[in-house]
Design a binder for this molecule. Structure first.
Ligand code: ZN
Length: 276
């Protein structure tokens, strides 16, 4: 079992988790709560001076853990594929300007293309942006997604597949983001987490819970402790694999977004300490 979390220094909250707040308010409130890190979703940067936004986050004592998200490489349309590469380069520029050392990749899938073909396109997409990422010193974190998203969001659905992909590149600038929501069901999870760490590819660890029943495939993630994921056990494997980075709370939830976000943030810090 993992040790109990006793403070918030390793807690990172994704801006999408408190979606009703703009980044100024999120920075202020996360900082006031003593939260150690923030992962920034690109929508919150629209129309802003990104360098200054990075300064603002750091002024609130927040480590900028990652920029979310790049990816979406597969497409049947050559122009769209090219646009995806351009958009990923832009995301790398944004991460560099913000001072984020990592860009999370939701790698993409396209229902009209076979999963194998989509995976080839993902490999080609990462290959195309990797020199750019290396030059900017921004790591690319491949996030395998739950198989229920294999139609449109990611053709990489297990940690084994993400490990295979990261090991293919064998670069300090390609690794994996492990999200309990996507991977908790996998009977090989412990083994693949250890493999991920042993190869130096474990870049990020994302937390929330799987509600039962889940009423919305995208926006019904639960607060830690409200669902059926043994988060503490998975964290123990991640730590056994050598990971000592941030525990990132990433919750998409119509229910929680409709609540008072100050109350919700309090619930997040409590759930983090008691159920993560
Ligand atoms: Zn995630």
């Amino acid at each position: 079992m993992a040790s109990t979390l006793t403070d918030l220094s390793k807690l990172c909250v994704h801006t999408i988790t408190t979606k009703p707040w703009n980044i100024d308010l999120a920075a202020e409130e996360f900082g006031k709560a003593g939260i150690g890190g923030i992962s920034v979703w690109r929508n919150t940067l629209e129309g802003r001076d990104i360098v200054r936004t990075g300064d603002l986050l750091r002024a609130n004592n927040l480590n900028i853990v990652s920029l979310v998200r790049g990816g979406f490489f597969p497409s049947a349309d050559a122009i769209k594929k090219k646009e995806a590469i351009e958009d990923n380069r832009l995301a790398i520029d944004e991460a560099e300007a913000l001072g984020a050392s990592m860009l999370v990749l939701v790698c993409g899938a396209e229902p009209r293309i076979s999963l194998d073909k989509s995976r080839e396109m993902i490999r080609a997409g990462i290959e195309a942006i990797l020199p750019y990422a290396e030059n900017a010193k921004v790591k690319l974190a491949i996030e395998p997604l739950h198989p229920m998203y294999a139609d449109t969001r990611s053709a990489l659905n297990t940690l084994e597949q993400a490990n295979d992909m990261a090991e293919y590149f064998n670069s300090a600038y390609v690794g994996v983001a492990i999200d309990v929501y996507h991977l908790w069901w996998d009977p090989h999870l412990e083994h693949e987490i250890i493999r991920c760490g042993a190869n130096g590819n474990l870049l990020a660890f994302h937390l929330c819970d799987w509600l039962s029943p889940t009423i919305d495939m995208l926006n019904d993630r639960g607060l830690m402790g409200n669902g059926c994921i043994d988060i503490r056990q998975i964290r123990s494997w991640v730590e056994k694999a050598g990971f000592d980075g941030f525990n990132e709370v990433e919750i998409f939830s119509h229910k929680h977004w409709a609540e008072d976000q100050h109350e919700f943030l309090k619930q997040i810090t409590e759930a983090y300490l008691n159920h993560s």
